[in-house]
Design a protein around this ligand. Structure first.
Ligand code: C2O
Ligand code: CU
Ligand code: CU
Length: 490
């Protein structure tokens, strides 16, 4: 009897203790509670040695601290933004990727003008769980300097893995050297923007649960509304990049203009000033910013609409403009000596048209190009090496689609039937919804082989809005893309 009573008492006490522990857990430690207002911390930086930028990227799913609070993520190297890889034109990146996750994955160097073949920027590769993979890209000597990024690119899993954190920045060095001397050593800031959708204490990493209408948290360098300083009269070079999965931003700084010196890693032929920078997924801007009147300014995403209704304005970061103004403002450049050549006078070898649509097959969302889903066994387009093609991109859906092509930057020639005076080359362009049309010229001057173009809303890419390109030599027949193995269609 005595033993029984003690046991009963002990069990009851244990149960009570367990319940208390559980409810405490629910109330505090199992909710992600991001803290805003920390000082901006930039990602880890990898610099080249003896002409090689060596980087180790380890992907693991697990709890990490994001904005001061624990959350489950699947990033590279334990932080929500991977290390920034610095590399000079003519050098190479050697990446060792450890896939310690339970999913297949791979890597893509967005915007780099490098070979798409073999173990270079080949998105048809497939990195199995628990494997270690090498990826080496060699940049040509005349590679454009500016801001690029890397991310996973496995068709069917791209959105959820980028949402989980698998992306980071690349800086191709040399942009400062294109600026007038007094501006070459200005302070630089890397501002990589992504959003995360969280449920409890985990980032949502199942594509069917990621939704454009669910609340999401917008982060700059993995922080919530961080703050940083800019002195009144000081010039800084900001590298703005959208390294998230699906969301668009429209960046403004309360009346302080941005002077754009490069877009998508391509230094512009003519700089321009603007108070609004459209930042669809994948896009980057290198801008000069000058501190105005001392005070607190918010770097924010302005209200926008890309077809899913209005997205409200929201603060991304706080900029303290400190005073009083000391230095006189340095004059900003109007033109840059960029290595990229305009394509206006190139002969057009071929015209093509691509129509972007969205459909619902019995509740199954599909995103199509020319009525077709991505087929990993088909090269849809086979341009001839050393030619320029003119492509008309048509949007017959009610959402904007940010078009992106690998390997080769393009020039926008026309938007909605009007001639467009491009400030430079780029690798992402928004095709406006409801019948919008964009005409681009794409040079296939080097790098034969297979790569892709697609919508950079990664849920659309995963849902089929992608095609394979095979750049062939004269006399060659197009071949299907290399087979990375299995399908990852969710
Ligand atoms: Cu950001 Cu297919 O790439
Ligand atoms: Cu890309
Ligand atoms: Cu799209």
């Amino acid at each position: 009897m005595k033993v029984g009573r003690v046991l009963r008492f002990t069990l009851a006490a244990a149960a009570a203790a367990l319940l208390a522990a559980l409810s405490a857990g629910c109330g505090s430690s199992s909710e992600w509670e991001p803290q805003s207002g920390e000082a901006l911390r930039e990602p880890a930086q990898i610099y080249p040695k003896h002409g090689v930028a060596k980087v180790e990227l380890k992907a693991v799913r697990g709890k990490i601290k994001v904005a001061g609070s624990e959350i489950e993520a699947q990033p590279f190297n334990g932080t929500l933004i991977g290390p920034t890889i610095h590399v000079h034109p003519g050098q190479r990146i050697e990446a060792t990727i450890h896939n310690a996750t339970a999913e297949d994955t791979n890597i893509h160097y967005h915007g780099l003008h490098v070979s798409p073949n073999g173990i270079s920027d080949n998105v048809f590769r497939d990195f199995d769980p628990n494997g270690t993979f090498t990826s080496i890209v060699e940049l040509p000597n005349d590679h454009s300097p500016g801001t690029y990024w890397y991310h996973v690119h496995l068709h069917g899993l791209t959105e959820q893995q980028v949402m989980g954190g698998m992306s980071g920045l690349i800086v191709v060095e040399g942009l400062e050297e294109l600026l007038p001397k007094p501006l070459r050593d200005v302070r630089q800031r890397q501002l990589a923007i992504r959003d995360v959708q969280a449920e409890g204490d985990a980032i949502v990493m199942k594509d069917e649960h990621i939704s454009p209408v669910k609340p999401s948290t917008w982060l700059v360098d993995g922080q919530l509304e961080p703050n940083f300083e800019l002195a009144s009269g000081e010039t800084q070079l900001w590298r703005l990049a959208n390294i998230g999965a699906d969301r668009f931003y429209e960046i403004g700084l309360e009346g302080i203009p941005f002077t754009v010196i490069a877009q998508d890693g391509s230094p512009v032929w003519r700089t321009f000033q603007t108070n609004r920078l459209a930042l669809p997924p994948g896009r980057r801007y290198d801008v000069l910013v000058q501190g105005g009147e001392p005070g607190t300014y918010s770097l924010r995403s302005l209200q926008l609409n890309m077809g899913r209704g209005k997205q409200a304005a929201r603060d991304l970061a706080t900029v303290e403009v400190t005073g009083p103004a000391a230095a006189p403002y340095k004059p900003l450049p109007r033109t840059l000596k960029t290595p990229a050549k305009p394509l206006n006078s190139r002969r057009i070898a071929k015209h093509r048209e691509f129509v972007f649509t969205l459909t619902d097959f019995n509740g199954d969302f599909k995103a199509l190009i020319n009525g077709e889903l991505f087929d990993p066994e088909v090269s849809n387009v086979a341009p001839l090496l050393n030619t320029v093609e003119e492509w008309t991109l048509v949007n017959r859906s009610n959402e904007d689609h940010p078009f992106h092509i690998h390997v080769n930057d393009f020039q926008v020639m026309e938007v909605d039937g009007e001639p467009y005076r491009a400030p430079g080359l780029q690798d992402v362009v928004v095709i406006p919804r409801d019948g919008g049309e964009v005409v681009i010229r794409v040079p296939f001057d080097d790098f034969p082989g297979h790569f892709v173009f697609h919508c950079h809303i990664l849920s659309h890419e995963d849902a089929g809005m992608m095609q394979a390109v095979d750049v062939i030599r004269p006399g060659e027949a197009p071949s299907p893309p290399p087979q990375g193995g299995h399908s990852h269609m969710g």
